[in-house]
Write a protein that binds this ligand. Structure first.
Ligand code: TMP
Length: 210
C-alpha cells in the first residue's frame, strides 16, 4: 500500500519569495525521488482559479469582508476535495502556495473577521484536515512590499496599506509560535541564497522524518 503523501503549505506576506522557495522545495523533493505536485490557493483547479480571478481583480464596487471570506473557502472546498485529497491518497506530496493560515492572517488579522468564524468555516470545509507542515517565510513588511511593487500591476490585496500587512505578519507569527512542531519560520530577509539553503535543509528534514 502507498503511504499518504504530506501536505506542505507556504505562507507569508507579499514579496517574501514564496514562489522562488516553492520551486526550490519542489526541486529538493525531485532530487530525493519524492513524487509531488505544486498547487496554490485561491485556485488549484479550473473552477477555483475562476474564483481566484473574482477575488483578486481590483474593482470599484466595495467588496464585503464576508463575501471575500466565503469565496476563499468556496475555492478551498473545490481544491481540497477534488485535487489535494486525491493526490495525497495517491501517495504524492502536495506543495501548496498558501492555505487556511492565509485566511486567518488576511481575512482575520488583515480585515478583522473574527477568528472563531474562520475556525467554524475551517471545520465545515476541512473537517480535521490541516497542513502537515507550514513553512512561513517571514520578512519585514516594507522589504516584501518593495519587491511586490517591482513586479508590476498590483492586485486588490497588494493595493492595501502597510498597516494591513503588518497585522497579517503578526497573525502569521502568533500562529506559528503557538505550534512550533508544525510551523517552520524561515527568515526571508536574508539573501536569497541563504533562504534557499534554509528551505532546502528544512524540506530534507521533513522527508527524513516522513
Ligand atoms: P498570492 O499573491 O500569494 O498568489 O495570493 C493571492 C492573494 O490572496 C494574496 O494577496 C493573499 C490572498 N489570500 C487571502 O486573502 N486569503 C486566503 O485564504 C488566501 C489563500 C489568499
Amino acid at each position: 500500500m502507498t503511504s499518504r503523501g504530506r501536505f506542505i503549505t507556504f505562507e507569508g506576506t507579499e514579496g517574501v519569495g514564496k514562489s522562488t522557495q516553492l520551486a526550490n522545495a519542489a526541486g529538493t523533493l525531485k532530487a530525493l525521488g519524492v513524487d509531488y505536485i505544486v498547487t496554490r490557493e485561491p485556485g488549484g483547479t479550473p473552477m477555483a482559479e475562476s474564483i481566484r480571478e473574482l477575488l483578486l481583480a481590483p474593482r470599484d464596487e466595495p467588496v464585503n469582508d464576508m463575501t471575500e471570506l466565503l469565496l476563499m473557502f468556496a475555492a478551498r472546498a473545490q481544491h481540497l476535495h477534488t485535487r489535494i485529497l486525491p493526490e495525497l491518497e495517491e501517495g504524492r506530496w502536495v506543495l501548496c502556495d498558501r492555505f487556511t493560515d492565509a485566511t486567518f492572517a488576511y481575512q482575520g488579522g488583515g480585515r478583522g473577521m473574527p477568528a472563531e468564524s474562520i475556525a467554524q468555516l475551517e471545520n465545515l470545509v476541512q473537517g480535521c484536515f490541516r497542513p502537515d507542515h507550514v513553512i512561513l517565510l517571514d520578512a519585514p513588511v516594507e522589504t516584501g512590499m518593495t519587491r511586490a511593487r517591482h513586479r508590476g500591476e498590483l492586485d486588490r490585496f497588494e493595493q492595501e496599506a502597510v498597516a494591513f500587512f503588518e497585522r497579517i505578519r503578526q497573525t502569521y507569527l502568533r500562529r506559528a509560535e503557538a505550534d512550533p512542531a508544525r510551523y517552520h519560520i524561515v527568515d526571508a530577509a536574508q539573501t536569497m541564497e541563504v533562504v534557499s539553503r534554509d528551505v532546502t535543509e528544512l524540506v530534507r528534514g521533513l522527508v527524513d522524518r516522513a
